[in-house]
Design a protein around this ligand. Structure first.
Ligand code: NAD
Length: 415
């Protein structure tokens, strides 16, 4: 086991291991957690209590999580002098499954997002964001129950690769000159420049994860969402490589939309997955007007970022939206929302997104009994209209609870 300076490894737990892509989960897994900045401090406390209570209940104390705090963000800076100490990356890599609260990123300061850094350094290339409705949650759409899909967002490439130069710098000037001299490409001299790389490797491994998920979870549709009509050699190539991957690696299990219409009268044959694609802009309309046509969505980084927040709005907002960042060996689970600084340390924020991220983590670990207990309890608590401020203000007759009271209510309803 690696030696850590700041992290205290629990002596009683065991490590999760991975062999040939298969997880082996001990009864007392050591799970690293990052509390997070801002509301992270409030929602982690509540979520942690519920996760522990559900495990105790589901497995009659035969299983137990040994939490191990690892540091990033403001807490890490205070303790270690660094925002993201190397040992945090090492520990998550070593212990395989981790959960985190949101971390703050100052805008436009030249400081790169810690969240993006974690995903890139650990090569967590698939950002998995389920959009699922819980009955009783206020929604701006008429039939939120039709919104039930999982977005696989590519997590390491695209404009998030962090290759950009600030307007006015010698680097940007050189690049503008180079592009003109070499390719006769004219760029206004007062421009900043960002580069959008998208590779066969990065695109195919993301689409592979999405198709594998569809097959394992009996889903029949995987939709590639891209902006290939405009950005032909990045977004358009993502589409092309996605279809290629499906044919090369899942030829027997998949078929395209044209074949479904021409040979099967528009009905996907049992046991098969239809691969289709949609252009990103119209997709924002489709998820509102005919969400039931989608089950699994695979998309490049920026599209996926926008789309998952927009879809979250349909099922109650980012306070309800969980997420997972998955690589070949490591899974890091986190809410979609940020640190909401105005609500920090006030015990008012909604812990559901982080809690549901914990539920995804349990499902990933095969602890489905504990996951189910929480899903049922959460549903019941919402039906009882015992909710935090963000939902209470939209629900008639609801009782407004603090973060910790909401945590108590969910624990009370674990049955
Ligand atoms: P945000 O998600 O933090 O908050 C936007 C608004 O949504 C809040 O003001 C609040 O009204 C509401 N909200 C969000 N989460 C809520 C919750 N759990 N309960 C109740 N209401 C909630 O987005 P932002 O203000 O754009 O970003 C703030 C900071 O968070 C920035 O530094 C940003 O970089 C960071 N951020 C981090 C992550 C992450 O850690 N993965 C994700 C997004 C943003």
């Amino acid at each position: 086991m690696a030696q850590y300076k700041w992290i205290k490894v629990p002596t009683s737990g065991k490590k999760i291991t991975v062999k040939d892509g298969v997880l082996s989960i001990p009864d007392t897994p050591i799970i690293p957690f990052i509390e997070g900045d801002g509301i992270g401090r409030d929602i982690w406390k509540a979520s942690n209590r519920i996760l522990e209570a559900s495990v105790a209940k589901a497995y009659k104390n035969k299983k137990k999580i040994e939490w191990m705090e690892v540091f990033a963000g403001a807490k890490a800076l205070n303790l270690t002098g660094e925002l993201a100490p190397q040992e945090t990356f090492d520990a998550i890599r070593e212990f395989k499954v981790a959960i985190k609260g949101p971390l703050e990123t100052p805008i436009g300061s030249g400081f790169r997002s810690l969240n993006v850094t974690l995903r890139q350094v650990l090569d967590l290339y698939a950002c998995v964001r389920p959009t699922q409705y819980i009955a009783g949650i206020p929604s701006p759409v008429k039939h939120p129950e039709h919104t039930n899909f999982v977005i696989f967002r590519e997590n390491t490439e695209d404009v998030y690769a962090g290759i950009e130069w600030e307007q006015g710098t010698p680097e940007v000037k050189r690049l503008i000159e180079f592009l003109y001299d070499s390719f006769k490409v004219k760029i206004r001299p007062d421009s900043g420049i960002g580069i959008k790389p998208m590779s066969i490797f990065g695109s195919k491994r993301l689409v592979r994860k999405a198709i594998e998920y569809a097959i394992q979870n009996n889903k029949q549709r995987v939709t590639l969402v891209h902006k290939g009509n405009i950005q032909k050699y990045t977004e358009g190539a993502f589409r092309k490589w996605g279809y290629e991957l499906a044919a090369q690696e899942f030829g027997k299990q998949t078929l395209d939309e044209k074949t479904v219409w021409e040979k099967h009268e528009g009905k996907i044959p049992a046991g098969k997955v239809m691969i289709n694609d949609r252009i990103a802009d119209i997709m924002f309309q489709h998820v509102l007007t005919r969400p039931m046509e989608f089950e699994v969505i695979a998309t490049p980084n920026l599209n996926g970022d926008y789309l998952s927040d927009a879809c979250a709005a349909q099922v109650g907002g980012v306070g309800m939206a969980p997420g997972a960042n998955i690589g070949d060996e490591v899974g890091l689970f986190e809410a979609t929302h940020g640190t909401a600084p105005v609500h920090a340390d006030k015990n008012v924020a909604n812990p559901t997104a982080l809690l549901l991220s914990g539920v995804l983590m349990f499902e990933y670990m095969g602890w489905t009994e504990a996951a189910k207990l929480i899903r049922n309890s959460l549903g019941k608590t919402i039906q009882q209209k015992r909710v935090t401020y963000d939902l209470e203000r939209q629900m008639e007759g609801a009782k407004k609870l603090s973060t910790s009271e909401f945590g108590d209510a969910v624990i009370e309803n674990l049955a």
